[in-house]
Design a protein around this ligand. Structure first.
Ligand SMILES: [Zn+2]
Length: 241
């Protein structure tokens, strides 16, 4: 068997077996931090406002980027990076991966990673499947593409158009080490999906409010990568269609 074929066999079969099992759901940090994650951007009108709110308190976050959007808004991706935030992959577009066979999931994940790394000029290691939708086979395909699946422990349901105080109140359960799902964009037809009209509230204002509430409870907001410096990831089984 040629060396390249052996390497491919190892990468596809052995490495996924030796990697940590499960998806990252929270962290065990060595300081009082909660992880903020923002999905579905970059989006004009959303991303800049979120960046401004984070900058006001010196917080970092992890942005799960849609590659098609990064292609259309490279300036916003550059702003995310310049502000010291972490760039992660949310997909080429926002379609559910559970509809695809493993080989297709793997191909899409590898292609998305390569293009995002080219656009961002840095390595990308985290992947969050759209809607958190993954089967065990999807998870394995993501892992065989060299990426770690990251889901979340807390959400504020900021895909609904509700008053900011109502949405922000759902962050009351966030604790040290929680991974909070938020959004700086809203996936639409340009991302291959139809989830109805986008909410109209100010995403910067929502972030500002949640950051303030966290600070009152002694919690600083951090990107996943920063929270894991000196801490460790808590993984668990996470499967949904
Ligand atoms: Zn999403």
């Amino acid at each position: 068997m040629p060396a390249t074929a052996v390497r491919r066999l190892v990468r596809r079969t052995i490495l996924p077996l030796t990697a940590p099992i499960g998806s990252v759901r929270s962290v065990r940090p060595n300081r009082d931090v909660a992880v903020l994650t923002y999905d579905d951007g970059p989006q004009p009108g959303g991303t800049e406002r979120v960046l401004a709110a984070l900058a006001e308190v010196g917080a970092t976050a992890t942005f799960f980027i849609l590659v098609g959007r990064a292609r259309r808004h490279p300036g916003l991706l550059a702003d995310v990076i310049a502000a010291g935030h972490e760039v992660a992959l949310h997909g080429i577009n926002h379609v559910r991966l559970t509809q695809f066979p493993s080989a297709e999931v793997r191909r899409r994940t590898m292609d998305g990673r390569k293009e995002l790394e080219d656009l961002a000029g840095q390595q990308v290691r985290w992947f969050r499947p759209p809607y958190g939708a993954q089967y065990p086979t999807t998870w394995a395909a993501i892992r065989s593409a060299g990426m770690a699946s990251v889901v979340w422990s807390d959400e504020v349901q900021d895909w609904q158009d509700q008053p900011i105080p109502v949405i922000a109140a759902r962050a009351a359960r966030v604790r040290r080490g929680s991974v909070l799902l938020m959004h700086d964009g809203y996936a639409d037809a340009s991302d291959g999906v139809d989830d109805g009209p986008a909410p109209t509230f100010d995403r910067g204002e929502l972030s500002r409010r949640i950051l303030g509430d966290l600070a009152e409870r002694g919690l600083h907001a951090s990107s996943l990568g920063n929270a894991l410096a000196g801490g460790r990831a808590v993984r668990g089984a996470w499967f949904r269609s």
